[in-house]
Design a protein around this ligand. Structure first.
Ligand code: KIV
Length: 258
C-alpha cells in the first residue's frame, strides 16, 4: 500500500494538493472526501477560543480537538500542529510528538520555523516522526501585526535557505504562509517536496485555508481569505425555522415524538 505521505509527494508537479483545517469529527467527516491533508491547526486558538495569539493554545487542547477530528478522517493525511513551547528542545519535542501521535493517531506533526529549529526537526525525523515544515509568517512567533514575508532581500534569502534546509532534513512538505509571490514560486520550483501555500500565490503545490474562514463561519478580513460559502447564514436560517415552529407549536408533531 502506498503510504499517505508518498501520495502527497507524488502530487508534486502533477496535481494541486488540497489542505483544510478541521478541529472536530463532523467537520473532518464533511471535508475528508475533498481533501488530501486535514490539518488540526493551532489556529483553533483564535477561531474557536478568540485568543489573540496561538501561543495560548495548550497541548491538551490540541490533543482533544485532534482526537475528535480523527474520528471523521478516513482518506486524508492527518497533520497536527505542535503548539507553542511543546518543541522548545529536541527531547521535549520528541516526547510531545510521540504523545500527539499515540493519542490522536495522526500521521504527522507540523512545527513552525527554519534554521532555529533544524536540530529539533532532524531529531524528530530520525525518530521516525513525519514532519511538515512551516515558513513565512510564523504565528507562534509574531508579536503585533502580521506582515507578508519576502519584501527585503535578506528576508527572502533566509526563507529560501530555510526551505532548502528543511527539505534536506527530511520534512515531507512545507507550509508557506504569506510569502511574496515570486519567492513562493522560486521556492516551489527549487524544492522536490511540495509547498502548501496560504496567502502565498497559486505557484505553490497546494493550498491550505482555515475551514471556518472559507465557509463563512468565522468573520475575518484577511486579504488571502476568499469566502466560498456562507454557512453562518444557513445556520441562522435553519435555527430561525426551528424557532418559528416551536413558538408556533408546529414542532414536534407526533412523528417526532415518542
Ligand atoms: O494553524 C493553522 O491552521 C495553520 C494553517 C493556517 C497553515 O497553521
Amino acid at each position: 500500500m502506498i503510504s499517505k505521505i508518498k501520495k502527497i509527494l507524488d502530487k508534486k508537479n502533477k496535481s494541486k494538493i488540497i489542505c483544510i483545517t478541521a478541529y472536530s469529527k463532523n467537520v473532518a467527516e464533511a471535508i475528508d472526501p475533498y481533501t488530501d491533508i486535514i490539518l488540526v491547526g493551532d489556529s483553533l486558538g483564535s477561531v474557536l477560543y478568540n485568543y489573540n495569539t496561538t501561543r495560548k493554545v495548550t497541548l491538551e487542547q490540541m490533543l482533544e480537538h485532534s482526537k475528535s477530528a480523527r474520528l471523521g478522517i478516513k482518506n486524508s493525511l492527518m497533520v497536527v500542529d505542535m503548539p507553542y513551547r511543546t518543541y522548545r528542545n529536541k527531547k521535549i519535542a520528541l516526547k510531545n510528538a510521540k504523545r500527539i501521535i499515540k493519542e490522536t493517531k495522526c500521521d504527522a506533526v507540523k512545527l513552525e520555523g527554519g534554521s532555529s529549529i533544524l536540530k529539533i526537526i532532524e531529531y524528530l525525523i530520525k525518530n521516525k516522526i513525519a514532519v511538515m515544515g512551516h515558513l513565512g509568517i510564523l504565528p507562534q512567533s509574531v508579536k503585533g501585526k502580521f506582515k507578508f514575508k519576502g519584501k527585503k532581500i535578506k528576508e527572502r534569502n533566509k526563507i529560501f535557505n530555510d526551505a532548502k534546509l528543511l527539505q534536506d532534513k527530511g520534512v515531507f512538505s512545507i507550509v508557506l504562509e504569506c510569502v511574496e509571490t515570486t519567492l513562493a514560486k522560486q521556492i516551489t520550483k527549487s524544492l522536490k517536496i511540495p509547498t502548501i501555500g496560504i496567502g502565498s500565490s497559486h505557484h505553490c503545490d497546494g493550498q491550505v485555508l482555515v475551514l471556518d474562514d472559507l465557509i463563512g463561519l468565522n468573520e475575518t478580513k484577511i486579504k488571502f481569505v476568499k469566502k466560498f460559502g456562507n454557512i453562518k447564514k444557513n445556520i441562522r436560517k435553519a435555527v430561525n425555522k426551528f424557532k418559528k415552529e416551536v413558538l408556533g407549536k408546529k414542532y414536534p408533531t407526533k412523528k417526532y415524538s415518542y
